[in-house]
Design a binder for this molecule. Structure first.
Ligand SMILES: Nc1ncnc2c1ncn2[C@@H]1O[C@H](COP(=O)(O)OP(=O)(O)O)[C@@H](O)[C@H]1O
Ligand SMILES: [Mg+2]
Length: 255
């Protein structure tokens, strides 16, 4: 038997800010191995839903399952260790480090084990560090940032920072990756590059849930497409089905 088809399941999730329901009884599933899109007009609740799934907001209600295990209520770092990663902009702290250091920081193994090894098996720590360094260099090479490995992250271009975010995600080696508007402020050349990496990672078994406004891109890259409007899921389908769905057209025009 193969592992279960369903990787992520969101059940009846609600989140309000003051009296406004940003996410209102939202339910969806993401199947393993897909590049699933989450689209919808501005203010639909997509980012809020991402923040709920990845543990950055508290829930009012609802359940979230990853691989059949509940993850709602867990801290973001616990969810990260369970294999769900959401990309974030490179923070100020990380900007003070080199690209190589940025990547080497990512694979945070079991802390207890690390301390134990440092005391009792220092050779193992050194071997592990060598491995991490090699993987970091390979990853930098893959996203074509190798030549900048010793530069500070704060000094690279916005586009290069996007690539660095992707590289950090690769280092984390998650099962599912949540991307919130990867195309925002990115030129078409870089966008194609980013999407190429998404495709390649998908071929290597990674599942994606992507919020993106560029419809052309969504239609060519993602299947299925989930549509969100006013805090709820409106519909789900293939590019062809979504394109011709009256409710979807209304949601965009109505917003
Ligand atoms: N931290 C917050 N405090 C108050 N309102 C928020 C907050 N975050 C989002 N909202 C509101 O929730 C709604 C959904 O926002 P958001 O999830 O960012 O939508 P989307 O990502 O689909 O554009 C919007 O009306 C927004 O103004
Ligand atoms: Mg958003």
């Amino acid at each position: 038997m193969e592992r279960s088809e369903e990787l992520l399941r969101v059940e009846g999730v609600c989140k309000s800010f003051k009296k406004m329901m940003a996410v209102n009884r939202c339910s969806l599933e993401v199947a393993r191995g897909t590049i699933t899109a989450l689209i919808g007009p501005n203010g639909a609740g997509k980012t809020t839903l991402f923040n709920l799934i990845s543990g950055f907001h508290r829930y009012d209600e609802g359940k979230v399952f990853l691989n059949g295990c509940r993850i709602d209520g867990l801290r973001p770092d616990r969810i990260f260790h369970k294999g769900l990663v959401r990309t974030f902009q490179i923070s100020r702290e990380l900007e003070k480090m080199t690209l190589l250091e940025n990547l080497m920081l990512v694979p945070a193994g079991q802390c207890g084990e690390r301390i134990w090894n440092a005391w009792c098996r220092p050779w193992r720590v050194r071997a592990q560090e060598r491995q991490i360094r090699e993987r970091a260099l390979e990853t930098l090479n893959f996203v074509e940032l190798y030549h900048l490995k010793d530069h500070y992250a704060g000094n690279i271009s916005t586009g290069q920072k996007r690539l660095l975010e992707i590289a950090r995600t690769m280092m984390a080696d998650p099962e599912i990756i949540l991307l919130d508007e990867p195309g925002a402020g990115v030129n078409p050349t870089l966008m194609n590059k980013l999407m190429g990496y998404v495709r390649q990672m998908n071929e290597q078994g990674k599942t994606f849930l992507i919020v993106e406004h560029n419809m052309e891109l969504v239609m060519s890259l993602c299947d299925p497409i989930i549509v969100m409007n006013a805090g709820s899921i409106l519909t789900k389908g293939t590019a062809q089905q979504i394109r011709t769905d009256e409710r979807v057209i209304d949601a965009y025009l109505g917003g």
